[in-house]
Design a protein around this ligand. Structure first.
Ligand code: MSP
Length: 509
């Protein structure tokens, strides 16, 4: 199976923040999970570098747009790397190959007869890089996403005849109810379509920072059209000498702020240019801090770099998807983060690993014992639960339910902790008659932790590999395949006692 997953390409008008990290981590979780299933995965992320917003940001810094984007894009690239994201390519819309592809794409729209020159006036929000209908603005006339007043913009531009696609889009939506998920976002997009689509301007005369319209170099292509096309253009040049065209259609991840562009305009552009529409779109919610959406424009951002420096990237990856149900808005805070870190990562998972390894060291000379006990009925139940956990978590990830997958895994982590309490290996160790039972329990804990590590790999890859390593289990990419996540695949091996996986952090601030 092929699996092509994308994040939005991020605006480089400011520093990368946790909101950007969030979608990139989500896409990485899905990419890693699909690799575990043996799928041929292509994972794309990158930066959106043209348009008014970027030109203005550059000007404010006294730089040319080119100087500005060349300085900012590496920061986003670096963020992806530090998040442990396994993206196969990082696209920049200022790549010459992308720009050429965009021009070819709009030529196709023109050849289809879907482009017209017209004068249009509308309320334009620079932060959105989009027009608003008056009916969709907040009661005080501000942009509901950015809280700023859109300004009237009027130009003679090239128009894409979006209205022509109204029926086709509505028909497509009705025939594909799961195409946009969650359902609430599907309903929102469909109702937007049903309210009537107006043609959209796809070029700008007033700015120069963009891709020139091929038949009229006085104008540049509208930044959103330029940006959306990245999902296709990257496939042409991500791997030199090879086209990945057959990876299309892909699955898009994005937040609800850019739903309309992805679920309405993008499929219409694709239909017009003769491409398949995306395979599906998953729309997640906003990370909120202090009750508001985090955004550069609002200035209420949590610095992902600072959190990672202190706690490690896995802790951040875990927290975001454990705390906020993927698909819904959710409040995050440093206090909430520290609580989950201590209670769940350090205590429930980290301690379980430490205890298991140190008990195997202490009672069995550091070798995972082979299970021999005929009386270990409890262990057979735990084994079945462990394998059911893997299947359950995988089914959730197949449905992009990342938080539900984590819940399934965590129930089982807690089950293993209960096993330790119930069986009290330290008591069994004192009674020679219980040697077989102790073997079974220690083996069960190691086997349980092994399947936990495999199930957690997509979310906390570094820690999962470390758990496997401490248990003496193979942990190269090829060893992480989901089909090996069965109880009996535990290899008898020597364990390694090591410092806590998630050390306690003294608060400094
Ligand atoms: N450049 C456009 C996207 C073009 S895609 C063809 C853009 N860029 S952006 O930098 O503003 O990024 C928006 C995306 O970043 C959101 O859709 C979401 O994926 C992510 N997020 C930004 N802030 C976020 C939160 N506070 N919460 C959740 N996601 C956030 O729009």
């Amino acid at each position: 199976m092929r699996y092509y997953v994308t994040t939005p390409i991020y605006y480089v008008n400011g520093e990368p923040h946790l909101g950007h990290a969030y979608t990139t981590i989500a896409a990485d979780i899905l990419a890693r999970f699909h690799r575990q299933k043996g799928d041929d995965v292509f994972f794309l992320t990158g930066t959106d570098e043209h348009g008014t917003k970027i030109a203005q940001a550059a000007e404010a810094r006294g730089l040319t747009p080119r100087e500005h984007v060349d300085e900012m894009a590496p920061k986003f690239k670096d963020l992806a790397r530090r998040l442990d994201a396994t993206n196969d390519f990082f696209i920049r819309t200022t790549d010459a190959e992308h720009e050429a592809f965009v021009q070819g794409f709009v030529e196709k729209l023109k050849a289809a007869g879907d482009i017209e020159k017209r004068t249009y006036g509308g309320l334009y929000c620079t932060a959105c890089e989009g027009f608003w209908y008056e009916r969709d603005l907040a009661p005080d006339g501000t942009c509901p996403d950015h809280g700023i007043k859109p300004t009237w913009l009027e130009e003679e531009n090239y128009y894409f005849l979006l209205s022509r696609y109204q029926d086709r889009l509505a028909g497509f939506f009705r025939a594909n109810p799961g195409w946009v998920r969650p359902q609430s976002r599907y309903n929102e997009a469909l109702s937007f379509i049903e309210q009537g689509l107006e043609d959209i301007s796809i070029s700008r005369r007033s700015i120069t920072w963009g891709v020139p319209v091929p038949w009229d170099p006085e104008q540049v292509i509208y930044v959103w059209v330029d940006a959306l096309i990245n999902y296709l253009s990257a496939l042409e040049y991500a791997r030199p000498g090879e086209t990945l065209r057959d990876r299309w259609p892909g699955t898009h991840l994005l937040a609800k702020d850019i739903l309309k562009f992805h679920a309405v305009i993008w499929p219409a552009l694709l239909m017009s240019a003769g491409y398949e529409v995306p395979a599906g779109e998953f729309i997640h919610g906003y990370l909120l801090m202090g009750g508001e959406k985090m955004s550069k424009t609002r200035g209420n951002v949590l610095d992902p770099f600072a959190v990672m420096d202190t706690y490690g990237i896995d802790a951040l990856r875990f927290y975001l998807f454990r705390e906020v149900t993927f698909g819904q808005d959710g409040v995050i805070s440093m206090e909430g983060f520290e609580q989950r870190y201590t209670n769940e990562l350090a205590n429930e998972l980290g301690n379980l690993v430490s205890r298991t390894v140190s008990m195997i060291a202490k009672y069995r000379g550091g070798e995972i014992p082979r299970p021999a006990a005929p009386d270990a009925e409890t262990l057979a139940t735990v084994a079945a639960e462990g394998e059911a956990m893997v299947a359950g978590a995988a089914a959730h990830l197949d449905d992009v339910e990342i938080t539900a997958a984590l819940e399934t895994v965590w129930d089982f982590v807690r089950r293993l902790n209960r096993l330790v309490e119930e069986e009290a290996p330290w008591k069994l160790a004192k009674d020679e008659a219980q040697a077989g039972r102790l073997d079974a329990v220690l083996h069960g804990l190691a086997a349980g932790l092994r399947v936990v590590a495999l199930a957690l790999h997509p979310v906390i890859p570094g820690s999962a590999a470390e758990i496997l390593r401490r248990l003496g289990q193979p942990h190269a990419d090829a060893d992480l395949r989901l089909e090996t996540a069965v109880w009996d695949a535990l290899v008898p091996a020597a364990v390694e006692v090591a410092p806590p996986l998630f050390p306690r952090i003294e608060r400094t601030g």
